[in-house]
Design a protein around this ligand. Structure first.
Ligand SMILES: [Ca+2]
Length: 113
């Protein structure tokens, strides 16, 4: 019983951290890219820009972004950090991250390009 309760507490903590961290990340992303097409998949993606939907797991774009944040020794998502991975094609769909963002497609999802 104790183990189950401990697991629930740990699970809640993970959810709380995610809920606190992600809106700031989404806000940082949208501030860096104010011209994302309004009705695009990217504009609707929110957390799924960098994460596997409904998960804290990172998609390939999120993983590259994490590396860039670590290299810049920051946790704050800025335009400078985002620019560093624009020339990559994180999801390997043949379209570079920067181009995908301009078009409003998902840089971490190879089915979106
Ligand atoms: Ca893509």
């Amino acid at each position: 019983m104790k183990v189950v309760r401990l697991g629930m507490v740990a699970g809640l903590s993970v959810l709380t951290v995610a809920a606190l961290a992600l809106p700031a990340m989404v806000a940082g992303f949208k501030a860096a890219y104010p011209k994302i097409p309004a009705e695009s998949a990217l504009m609707k993606a929110g957390c799924a820009t960098c994460h596997v939907p409904k998960s804290t797991k990172l998609n390939p774009y999120g993983a590259d972004l994490k590396k860039a944040l670590e290299a810049a020794k920051t946790k704050k998502l800025t335009a400078d950090v985002l620019k560093k991975i624009e020339s990559l094609d994180s999801d390997k769909d043949g379209v570079k991250n920067g181009e995908e963002i301009k078009k409003g497609t998902l840089p971490g999802d190879p089915k979106s390009k």
